[in-house]
Design a protein around this ligand. Structure first.
Ligand code: ZN
Length: 432
């Protein structure tokens, strides 16, 4: 697990006093150290004496700053694959966000980005944000004006007229193959990394059912074909098995929610390499919906979908579909004593235990597996040389129980420590 130092980079930070789960190997490397270069990327990971020897041999051995984590468990920062910083669900809290002007919304989203990073989520995949606001947010984060995670985005999600989520500027209504082709091109034009399309109804749509198919075959083929031609993957909000089966056949890369999978469609997804972001938390959050003032019909639909949703998730695991962490909610939202992200990972681990997803596999579903889907595993998703030092630290061992992540107390992004509870800064619940 140790790589030689690269002579052309001056090492700047040595993280010691830690046990490392690197997302690649199964076990935990105990009493380890992580050496981070001044470009924010990992230079070496290994047993502490060995990494110290690397440092001593290095050309800039005495300029290394040392951070002793005091016996913490360290792993890669979390990658949340289904997020919305500008989400407005039906109900009072959502109405307030819908009523925000562009400046208020930008500030609201910047606050969300900051809290997201501090909660240990160092990379997100946005799958529908209002008016392309997240592209300016990403520019601000990348320029260092606002703290936040690394952002990959779909831009606005494509829907048919009146389709799922049509009543918010985080979607774009399209009709017909030409309309959807143009929809894809418009997202690529503004900087989208991927394309999101709503191919069935969902929980939050008043005039539809989860099972309502919403695109014609031609429309789905236009979305997937155009996106692929431009080198963008496609993920689809989708519930029913028949709709998903058709989209998988057309080359779909990822399914969001997948409320009603069957054996057959799960097998087809596994064979085609189509991933699943189950977002289990959206069908098991009654108290949370209450707090947002979400209407009764939506709560009922959410909870009613729960048992079938779990069955779907387990069918996917059994078939060998690759599953990935995604909260649907803004990643940092306080949720049953932790963040929506960690709560979702707890659901994935608890409901996947005995069905092919042990704790280390759940951690991989929250790090390296999404990084690969994004084509970003050379940059993020593992604690290995060459990747950005996007790290989180906990006192307990997350490979024994993912609930250890409730105790994230230290976060590093690209070699910079952004949260250190022991030093008293960076807690996500505190105002900026
Ligand atoms: Zn969503």
């Amino acid at each position: 697990m140790t790589a030689a130092l690269r002579a052309d980079v001056r090492p700047s930070t040595l993280v010691t006093g830690c046990h490392v789960f690197d997302s690649v190997h199964d076990g935990v490397l105990r009493d380890a150290a992580v050496l981070v270069g001044d470009d924010g990327r990992i230079l070496a990971v290994g047993p502490e004496p060995q990494v110290r020897a690397d440092v001593a041999r290095g050309p800039a051995g005495d300029t290394v700053r040392e951070i002793d984590l005091g016996g913490a468990h360290v792993m890669a920062g979390l990658v949340n694959m289904h997020t919305h910083f500008s989400l407005s669900l039906p109900g009072a809290a959502g109405d307030e966000i819908m009523a925000m002007g562009p400046y208020a919304l930008a500030l609201y989203m910047a606050d969300g980005a900051r809290r997201t990073l501090l909660s240990g989520v160092t990379t997100v995949r946005c799958v529908a944000e209002k008016d392309h606001s997240e592209l300016d947010l990403r520019r601000a984060v990348d320029a260092g004006r606002v703290p936040g995670p690394r952002i990959f985005t779909a831009g606005r999600a494509l829907v048919c007229t009146g389709g799922h989520g049509h009543d918010s500027p985080d979607t774009l209504e399209c009709d017909g193959a030409d309309g959807f082709t143009r929809g894809v091109r418009l997202q690529v034009k503004v900087g989208a990394d991927l394309v999101k399309v709503m191919i069935s109804g969902g929980i939050a749509g008043e005039h539809e059912q989860i099972s309502t198919p919403q695109l014609t075959r031609d429309e789905m083929a236009a979305v997937i074909g155009t996106a692929h031609a431009w080198g963008r993957k496609v993920t689809a909000h989708a519930g029913p098995a028949s709709v998903i089966a058709e989209a998988v056949e057309l080359g779909l890369d990822c399914v969001e929610h997948g409320y009603q999978l069957t054996d057959e469609v799960a097998a087809a997804m596994a064979a085609a390499g189509t991933a699943l972001v189950p977002t289990l938390v959206v069908t098991r959050c009654a108290a949370f919906f209450d707090s947002l003032g979400v209407p009764a019909w939506m709560q009922q639909r959410s909870l009613d979908a729960g048992p079938r949703h779990v069955e779907s998730y387990r069918l996917a695991l059994a078939a060998g579909v690759s599953v990935m962490l995604g909260s649907d909610m803004p990643p940092f939202w306080p949720f049953e004593g932790t963040s929506a992200t960690v709560r979702e990972l707890e659901h994935m681990a608890a409901l996947g235990a005995g069905h092919g997803l042990d704790a280390p596999a759940a951690l991989r579903a929250a790090t390296v597996v999404p990084a690969r889907w994004l084509g970003a595993d050379g940059d993020v998703g593992s604690v290995t040389p060459g990747r950005f030092a996007d790290l989180v630290a906990t006192d307990d061992d997350p490979t024994a129980d993912v609930s250890a992540l409730r105790g994230i107390r230290w976060v590093m992004k690209g070699g910079t420590v952004v949260r250190d509870d022991r030093a008293g800064y960076g807690h996500p619940d505190h105002a900026a």
